[in-house]
Ligand binder design. Sequence first.
Ligand SMILES: Nc1ncnc2c1ncn2[C@@H]1O[C@H](COP(=O)(O)OP(=O)(O)OP(=O)(O)O)[C@@H](O)[C@H]1O
Ligand SMILES: [Mg+2]
Length: 238
Amino acid sequence: MPASSLAVTDVVAGYNSTPVLNGVSITARPATITAVLGANGAGKTTLLRTISGFVRTRGGQVRLDDVSLTRLAPDHIARAGVAHVPEGQGVITELTVEENLKLGLLLRRRADRAAALEDAYRKFSILADRRRRHAATLSGGERQMLVIARALLSAPRVLLLDEPSLGLAPKVVAQVMDLVRQLRDESGLTVLLVEQNARSALSIADQGVVLNLGKVVATAAAGELAADVALRRHYLGF
Ligand SMILES: Nc1ncnc2c1ncn2[C@@H]1O[C@H](COP(=O)(O)OP(=O)(O)OP(=O)(O)O)[C@@H](O)[C@H]1O
Ligand SMILES: [Mg+2]
């Protein structure tokens, strides 16, 4: 299947009368990683929640290739090919690793499920070794791998990742970034990667977008953003 592009155009969205996103535009080309950066409260999570349909769009458009996602319900957006991994390594701790993974298969045809699960175990050997353990017994890094693996089981075309490196040791952050890079290079996924860890995100991203107070203040090639000392100091904290 060819890779997909995601286009967010002039999006206005928020939670009450004052919008959080004030006309945000981002174009993610097929099989690329877009790092979405910015300080606490900039609107990064709100952007991902708007794309997924959890926050209603009040203006502008979201498109996946030539399909408008703008007013679709979250389950239809997921079926269209958008998978969302929220902040906070949200595994269900009372369930086993395999039971958590099976939740990711609900959108798949029954006939494809067993093969998809085996595929996930091939890609994530650490999860294969722990398939019968309760998710409560996993480390933070293993939980992050589990939520990403679960999202991939729906066979998405676009992956939205909200701060996957949060709370992880540097070595584990590097593993997560390597995985995201592989998903682009080998599976042709189009990724929006929200990160506080701007340096790590830009090291694997194709382009970077900096949000501030619900507006895009910079969009450029990742290398270009990483080399912009003033912008880094001002918005990215490194
Ligand atoms: N459920 C909500 N109800 C009302 N306001 C909210 C809600 N969630 C977020 N906000 C507000 O929207 C703004 C943007 O929040 P958002 O979570 O999108 O920022 P963020 O860039 O993801 O920040 P962080 O880096 O801290 O995760 C903030 O001012 C926040 O207070
Ligand atoms: Mg956030």
